[in-house]
Design a protein around this ligand. Structure first.
Ligand code: SAM
Length: 308
């Protein structure tokens, strides 16, 4: 038995070959469909991160059916090239790029998609925190693209890593979908933290305008966030507190605040233990500061004198 064969020769691996699927992942989408009836009434679908193409195969077989319906449109996107599939238009591109979203939209001729699926995964590093972070960023990029192409009421399915910060992702998805469920198909290995979010009834906040700005991914901070409007621009309340007739912190007041009493100095409650001026005070007191007409006292000399 080869080194990697133990893992690969599981029941789904073998069944995929028997049924002609390009990868065992096909069963994950098929099992999600068994539970959620994802393909009901779907004629336009997008498969993000599609290579080698088993999810696109599922879409092609399920949506086009035996009669090979002509009105069905499937667009598959991946960084890598993949072998052609019947009824599937391929785009080789990066899902984090606006140009990719534009290309997808172009294929639908102004119409929106009913379903967007994303099985995207970065090359795992084995460092769990890093892998979870990159996976989350890929999912957000997929969500970004989805907001450009999905019809209101549509469904988005995406791979998610159930790491410790997954709740934040759920909350972000819930902003756009009224129903978000996390599902683990039987064909997804128990040892893997992967699961799939099934987000139903796409309903973005009123006035939301899709945009691809994600400075974390493209490192471009030249989007003027102040130009964003409506729900795209979150403005939190600003509140001034304290009595408005109190002291103005930008103004200088005379020290003698109560003119009827003599001013008495109050020392700081907790003076600094080793203030940065300590050395300078010591040097001045001991006449160690450099003078124009005498050689400067060395720092080492001053420091050793302080330690006496
Ligand atoms: N669903 C596929 C199937 O059933 O055959 C398997 C997908 S595979 C697990 C993950 C894919 O994500 C890889 O082919 C990889 O090239 C793709 N990917 C990762 N980052 C991407 C990105 N930024 N843009 C497009 N594709 C990406």
């Amino acid at each position: 038995m080869g080194r990697s064969s133990k893992d690969k020769r599981d029941i789904y691996y073998r069944q995929a070959k028997e049924e002609g699927w390009r990868a065992r992942s096909a069963f994950k989408l098929l099992q999600l469909d068994e539970e959620y009836h994802l393909f009901e009434g779907v004629t336009r679908a997008v498969d993000l991160c599609a290579a080698p193409g088993s999810w696109s195969q599922v879409l092609s077989r399920k949506l086009r059916g035996k009669e090979k319906k002509e009105d069905v449109k499937i667009v598959a996107v991946d960084l890598q090239a993949m072998a052609p599939l019947p009824g599937v238009t391929q785009i080789q591109g990066d899902i984090t790029k606006l140009s990719t979203a534009e290309e997808i939209i172009k294929h639908f001729k102004g119409q929106s998609a009913d379903l967007v699926v994303c099985d995207g995964a970065p090359d795992v590093t084995g460092l769990h925190d890093v892998d979870e972070y990159i996976q989350a960023q890929l999912l957000l990029a997929a969500l970004n693209i989805t907001t450009h192409v999905l019809k209101t009421g549509g469904t988005f399915v995406a791979k998610i890593f159930r790491g410790k910060d997954v709740t934040l992702l759920y909350s972000q998805l819930r902003i756009f979908f009224s129903k978000v469920t996390c599902s683990k198909p039987r064909s997804s290995r128990n040892s893997s933290i992967e699961a799939f979010v099934v987000c139903q009834n796409y309903s973005p906040p009123e006035g939301y305008v899709p945009n691809m700005s994600n400075p974390l991914l493209d490192h471009s901070y030249d989007v003027d966030f102040n130009q964003l409007e409506g729900p795209n621009r979150i403005i939190v309340p600003f509140l001034a507190c304290g009595d408005l007739s109190g002291f103005d912190s930008d103004k200088t007041y005379p020290l003698q605040l109560d003119s009827s009493k003599e001013y008495t100095y109050t020392p700081p409650t907790q003076p600094p233990i080793h203030p940065p001026y300590e050395q300078a005070c010591f040097m001045r007191k001991n006449n160690l500061l450099a003078k124009e007409d005498a050689p400067a006292a060395s720092l080492d000399h001053a420091l050793s004198a302080m330690q006496l």
